[in-house]
Structures are given as C-alpha cells and as structure tokens.
Design a protein around this ligand. Sequence first.
Ligand code: 1GP
Length: 250
Amino acid sequence: MPGLIETYLLEKIKAEGSIHITLVDPEKITPPQASRVAENSKASGTAAIMIGGSTFVSQAHLDDVVKAIKRTVDLPTILFPNNVTGISRYADAIWFMSLLNSVDPYFLIGAQILGAPLVKKYGLEPISMGYIIVGEGGTASIVGKAIPVPYNKPELAAAHALAGKYLGMRFIYLEGGSGAKDPVPPEMIRTVKHFVELPLIVGGGIRTKEQALTAASAGADIIVTGNLIENTDAKQKVSEIVNGIKGIKP
Ligand code: 1GP
C-alpha cells in the first residue's frame, strides 16, 4: 500500500499531468533562506520540496533546514539523501533509493541497510526509487561512484530502469547531474518511459520552461529543479515551468 505522500504524488500526476518538485540543497542554504525558497516555490505551484545534496552537511543543519521549511509551508517534504547523514526525523518522507549504476555496493545497498532502522524509528515514509545517473553526471556521479549512462545510450538507461522495476522499485529517477550543461535528452526519457511505465522523475540542468516541457512531453512525470532557486527570478521561472508542464500527460 503506498503511503500518504506517495499517494499524493500519484494522484497529483493523475489529475494534473506532469508535476514539478523543488530541490533544496541544505549545504547551499541557511534555514531562513530555505523558508523563503519554500514559500516562493509554493506560490509558484510546486508540488513538494525535496531536501538533499551530493556532499556532506551536518545533520543538525539539515534538521534546521527541514524544520524551517515545515514551519513555512504545508507542502510535503521528501528527503533526497546521498548518505545515511541525509536522514532527518523532521521530514515527511524519504526517497528510499539505490544508485543503480554505482560500482560501489555501499551506494547500492550498504547505506540503505544502515539507514533503514532510522527511517523506521523516525516514522518517515519510504518511497522506493531507482536512481540512475546519466550524461555528464556531475558531483553525484563522483560521490556515488557511478558509471554514468551516456546520453546516446538510451537503451542502457532503460535496462537499468527495468532492473529497478523488477526489483520492486516504484519510481525511477533519471539524473543528469545538478547544474548539467544539457538536461537529459527526450529520446532517453521516451525510451525509459516506454520500457518501464513507472512514474519517472527527471532532473539536472533544467532551467527553462521549454526544457521542462520537452522532458514532460517525452514522458517525465516529475520535473526536479534545484539550481534554479539561486536565480533572482526563481519564483517567475518555477511558475513558468509549473504552468508549462501542467496538463502534459506522460
Ligand atoms: C539534481 O536533478 C537535480 O539532483 C536538480 O538539478 O540543480 O541542475 O536543477 P539542477
């Protein structure tokens, strides 16, 4: 049985088509800034706030960022951990994820074994997700010891996603890497969606309404943007993306 947050996401996608989620990197932000970002993102129509980054952040700071967001908006908060240290008791849910193209068993199952008891203890809703780093991959790929799937090998990305599906994962994330020069190409999104028919998350390097629309039209159910919140016109940009992808039924 899917939990509350997973049900919320699935129903929103069913009702509205592709949706947008704002990613907050706790390393780059103070709690008051996180509040402002959450407030602006909510006003722009984002569906939820994801909290996580690729590098280390103190758990106390992560807790403060999550608490600040929770105090400000009633949007679901979903952790996006790069390690066991990315777990906060104050969030609503956690992408319980495995980096499917890592060569290090720690990122495939090791960190998950260490983190699972904490997820249970804190009552976080685990949402099972297969994470695949593609293209240039960025910091996430270095930290997670992944062999990124090249953009011109969509069938390889699909094979990873299908393996995730057969292992029971309920969402697939195609990650182009935060700040990627080029977002995940539509051909790769289309191929993966066609193969697995699971809710598909796409992120990394999406900066414009046109890029978001291209990804949504190709089959992305959830568009994630992170870096965009650092722009002065972030509120406007997120709003354009949310409105641009609304009604697109992947
Ligand atoms: C990174 O996919 C996300 O994990 C978002 O990427 O920061 O480039 O929007 P950006």
